[in-house]
Write a protein that binds this ligand. Structure first.
Ligand code: MLT
Length: 201
């Protein structure tokens, strides 16, 4: 049995890398399937549900309040998610996935990049923030990371996301960080930028 309830959609074009779809707070394993299908036609989609509940809302790690994370839980859940990815790759015969995470899902993807850099082929982080105050020294040489922030995002502090970009770059990741004229929600510009970025794989 798997560590995460999840939805799996097999590839129709096995030359395309699988997408690991990571939902935001209150989402579930079905939430990002339409987005994944639109962004990556042909790719397998692996969509786990976060194992933490906050007042009934699924998340990928605990927080003390908005923007203040339980970092021990972040570390534990990031390892758990990386183990789930290994399990699912084995069971479904998958290449290394590219993560596509929104909000809380982007934050757990960033934590997996830093703690288990071997787990992902790359990551598109939509509205991310730093998951850990003191990041471990990871080797992400050559790993493509797209970060899309919203200029009017009331949840994510601008200096925090700059710090995350710097941490990932210092670890060797090829970071493309863009700030779009959007809030915390996704816009057409997010779809366009992510589609274009995914074409490199
Ligand atoms: C988080 O808790 O991961 C961030 O505040 C984003 C969110 O609201 O999920």
């Amino acid at each position: 049995t798997f560590r995460h309830l999840h939805h799996f959609v097999p590839a129709t074009d096995p030359s395309r890398p699988p997408l690991l779809l990571l939902h935001g707070t209150g989402g579930d394993e079905n939430d990002l399937l339409p987005l994944g299908r639109a962004l990556a036609p042909g790719s397998a989609l692996l969509a786990p549900r976060g194992n933490v509940l906050e007042g009934g809302a699924p998340r990928f790690f605990r927080r003390l309040r908005e923007g203040v994370f339980d970092e021990d839980d972040v570390r534990r859940r990031a390892h758990d998610l990386a183990d789930f990815v290994a399990e699912a790759r084995d069971a479904y015969g998958l290449q290394k996935p590219v993560a596509l995470g929104f909000s809380n899902g982007a934050n757990i993807a960033a934590a997996v990049l830093l703690l288990r850099p071997e787990a992902l082929a790359g990551a598109a982080l939509l509205r991310p923030m730093s998951p850990l105050a003191a990041a471990p020294a990871a080797d992400l040489s050559g790993t493509p990371v797209l970060m899309l922030s919203g200029a009017f995002d009331p949840i994510v502090p601008g200096d925090d996301v700059g710090r995350l970009a710097g941490t990932l770059r210092a670890a060797g990741a090829e970071v493309d960080h863009r700030t779009l004229p959007a809030g915390h929600g996704l816009s057409q510009a997010d779809i366009a930028a992510t589609t274009e970025w995914l074409a490199r794989f």
